[in-house]
Ligand binder design. Structure first.
Ligand SMILES: Nc1ncnc2c1ncn2[C@@H]1O[C@H](COP(=O)(O)OP(=O)(O)OP(=O)(O)O)[C@@H](O)[C@H]1O
Ligand SMILES: [Mg+2]
Length: 457
């Protein structure tokens, strides 16, 4: 189910308020309960302190009748306060039997609680021993206070607290929802802005100037995604133009040659030559299309599957041997340095290294040496080809692996080279989980690729 941020925030606010009010309600109730208890104890102590001297002073049973009357007069009709005098001598006893039936004469002095059967709340007692005097035996004087009014105060307070807390939680939830919706206004504005971006204009971006910083990151990422889309779109457009351009030259040649041939009557040899030339153009077009399909496969994430355990030195030697005629043309020497065993697709490796060697042979100074280095770099194997030649401008270096990119503008589109060799090297590297690199320093131009641990044996 799709959630709502405003609802979630409102719920969180409500939970936070519920937690806070619950904790403070418990604390407040405890504190009130404690102060009510203190109040009851104080009242008991006060009543005790008033009557204690009276009870202690008199000893004869005749005078004690007056004490009993005094206690009667002090006992309210609702029996909220009650008095007991416990004694072995019935002349001194007062108040009758204790309602809970316990023998209170045995219990220690101090405060205690007494459950009264017909009463909802207990009575709080203060018991004190009055020592014997003259003919009067030792007495136990008990003052009891009904806790019902105190408990009623406590429960009214608790009910009010629960009610106000519940009301507070509901109000905070509603207010929280409204505040969250109000606070999320910039999100809605941002979404409206994103919706109103015109189609077909890849240059448009979200305006981040007035955004709160919580949304800035999101908008910047969104703009980043738009910028990447724009780059991809431009690349696609450029790529389409490049493919059309590369295919146009051989097609124009084919059409032109065929038209010329058809303009006059031709003998068999001339027609054979024409077909031979047309075949070459068709093969060039076929190669471009095949290379494009290969690159499209690699770009869609295809990995090298026909892996075999090989020695890179041996495989590189085979590629060099295959290219010997090209190398001999310019009196070039190839040196292979290093070796390691890896698990790779040897067909792809040959194709990639051959592309690098063909470039090196084309751009190397005559009579120079081309070096093929096979270096193990941690979990990666690095294959690079260096040749002595003109320095390459750093502006070109980072683009040379792009499709149809040629640093030499004068040569571009004028010869059999389409600018796909290095992009195929990059595709082979990515199919082996590796990457490509190019350097031009100290008169040496180096192009290479790596193979990651996945393909290492
Ligand atoms: N060893 C090198 N020295 C100098 N420049 C190089 C070297 N290798 C490549 N380049 C530059 O990089 C460009 C791209 O090379 P890439 O192999 O992709 O295309 P290409 O060789 O022009 O054509 P293709 O390989 O399709 O026949 C070349 O046109 C050239 O300008
Ligand atoms: Mg090339």
């Amino acid at each position: 189910m799709r959630g709502s941020i405003a609802k979630r925030l409102a719920l969180m606010f409500a939970m936070a308020v519920l937690l806070i009010t619950a904790v403070s309600a418990v604390l407040l109730r405890c504190s009130l309960q404690q102060s009510l208890e203190t109040q009851m104890h104080n009242e008991l102590v006060l009543r005790h302190s008033v009557l204690d001297p009276l009870l202690s002073k008199y000893e004869s049973p005749a005078v004690w009748v007056g004490v009993h009357q005094k206690l009667d007069s002090l006992t309210p009709t609702d029996e909220r306060v009650r008095y007991w005098v416990l004694s072995d001598d019935s002349n001194y006893s007062y108040g009758g039997a204790m309602p809970d039936g316990q023998d209170r004469s045995r219990q220690p002095d101090g405060f205690s609680i007494m459950e009264v059967p017909e009463q909802h709340c207990p009575m709080v007692l203060l018991t004190k021993t009055i020592p014997a005097m003259g003919s009067r035996p030792e007495l136990r004087f008990i003052v009891a206070l009904d806790s019902t009014p105190f408990m009623a105060t406590l429960s009214t307070f608790t009910e009010t607290l629960v009610l106000t807390s519940a009301l507070g939680v509901v109000l905070v939830a509603l207010l929280g929802y409204w505040i969250a919706r109000f606070g999320l206004g910039p999100v809605q504005r941002l979404s409206r802005q994103a919706n109103s971006l015109p189609p077909g204009d890849s240059k448009q971006r979200l305006d981040t100037s007035a955004l709160p910083h919580e949304l800035l990151e999101l908008a910047v990422s969104f703009n980043g995604a738009l910028a990447r889309q724009e780059t991809a779109w431009c690349q696609l457009e450029g790529f389409n133009a490049n493919v059309a351009h590369e295919l146009r030259t051989p097609l124009t040649n084919l059409i032109g040659q065929t038209q010329v041939a058809l303009a006059h009557e031709r003998d068999l040899n001339e027609l054979q030559d024409l077909l031979q030339s047309n075949l070459e153009e068709l093969e060039r077009m076929g190669n471009i299309v095949n290379d494009m399909l290969f690159l499209a496969g690699a770009e869609s994430g295809q990995r090298a599957t026909e892996l075999s355990d090989v020695s890179l030195y041996e495989e590189a030697s085979k590629t060099v041997e295959y290219l010997e005629p090209v190398l001999l043309d310019k009196q070039l020497t190839v040196v292979i340095e290093g070796d390691m065993r890896v698990r790779i697709d040897r067909r792809l490796f040959h194709r990639s290294l051959a592309n690098l060697l063909q470039n090196a042979a084309r751009y190397a100074a005559p009579d120079s040496t081309i070096t093929v280095s096979l270096v193990s770099n941690g979990l990666q194997a690095e294959v690079s080809v260096s040749n002595a030649g003109e320095p390459i401008d750093s502006v070109h270096l980072e683009h040379l692996f792009e499709r149809f990119y040629r640093a030499d503008a004068a040569r571009a589109r004028s010869d059999a080279h389409h600018g796909l060799g290095l992009s195929i090297v990059r595709a082979v590297a990515s199919m082996h989980g590796g990457r490509v690199f190019a350097r031009s320093e100290a008169g040496l131009n180096t192009f290479g690729f790596s193979l990651t641990s996945e393909s290492l044996g």
